[in-house]
Design a protein around this ligand. Structure first.
Ligand code: NDP
Length: 271
């Protein structure tokens, strides 16, 4: 059987939407492929990925908590994966295992459906893996400035230093946001996962920024509820980013760009 095989590797992975998204892309573009979920043991990412590729797998996506391990596993890295220090897309080519990171491109593609980024003042909340992966792609859009603010200020300051050559970047603790305002506020913390809201100053919302939460779900996230209570009109969750990063991976593997809009509608209806 010559059907190309792909997978998403994570732990836990049971709730991953990636198989649904890639199946929809394959239907839409007439590509013959299968895409499965693979749960790797917490200490077994490399074995799971190596075995999948050795047994005929063409490529895989990597999700929590293995993106840094996938970065070390790859023999060749794209520039954006190198900058992110994390890999979410792997495939085999003649020279070995190639690693790329499509999360930032996914975020930017989704944002650009709703707003422009050039010349904008952007606030990125959080300094974990998700934040790190999107900084270079955001700076590529030439915003006026990018402020990274995190509960642990030192991590935000370190990230700002790491990316300083790419644009106007500052790093600070959340308290440093007092009195500041932005055109776009992106939540890349996992606070929403825990149902917690962030201690953000009222000044943040006064200019009516776009609010974007990388998290998504059936319920409004605490961050987007906070933005709504402050009168913010344009509030977006991370489901569009999820579909767009998958489309970017599909393009890397198959050379075709699927139309994300109908897949996002289908996925939203299934949440
Ligand atoms: P990490 O564990 O690497 O980082 C967590 C970040 O959240 C840190 O900056 C941490 O701050 C901060 N944080 C956690 N809890 C709180 C809190 N209660 N108050 C303030 N700050 C807090 O997680 P990731 O970066 O991997 O993931 C972050 C989010 O992004 C997740 O919700 C994930 O689901 C989402 N995501 C969505 C994607 C999509 O396609 N839509 C893709 C990738 C991620 P500190 O440093 O102080 O601990």
């Amino acid at each position: 059987d010559m059907t190309d095989r792909y997978a998403v590797i994570g732990n836990p992975v049971a709730h991953s939407k990636s198989p649904l998204i890639h199946a929809a892309f394959a239907r839409q573009t007439g590509q013959k492929l299968v895409y499965e979920r693979l749960e790797a043991p917490l200490d077994g990412f490399v074995d799971t990925a190596a075995q999948f590729l050795a047994m005929g797998g063409s490529g895989c996506n990597v999700t929590v908590p293995f993106k840094e391990e996938a970065f070390r596993f790859a023999n060749l890295l794209s520039d954006r994966a190198e900058l992110a220090g994390a890999v979410n897309t792997l495939w085999l080519d003649d020279e070995g295992v190639v690693g790329d990171n499509t999360d930032g491109a996914g975020l930017v593609a989704d944002l650009l459906l709703h707003t422009t980024l050039a010349g904008k003042r952007i606030l990125l909340l959080g300094a974990g893996g998700a934040a790190r992966g999107v900084i270079a792609p955001l700076l590529d859009e030439e915003p006026a400035s990018l402020c990274i603010a995190n509960r642990s200020a030192d991590k935000a300051v370190a990230l700002a230093g790491h990316f300083a050559e790419l644009g106007e970047v500052a790093g600070m603790g959340l308290a440093g946001l007092d009195g500041q305002s932005f055109d776009l506020v992106i939540n890349a913390t996992s606070a929403s996962l825990a149902g917690a809201s962030l201690p953000l100053p009222a000044s943040l919302w006064q200019t009516g920024p776009v609010a974007y939460d990388m998290m998504y779900g059936t319920q409004e996230t605490p961050f987007l509820a906070q933005a709504r209570a402050a009168g913010v009109q344009q509030r977006l969750d991370g489901l569009g980013m999820l579909v767009a990063q998958a489309a970017e991976a599909f393009y890397l593997w198959r050379g075709l760009r699927p139309d994300t809009a109908p897949v996002l509608i289908e996925l939203r209806a299934q949440l």
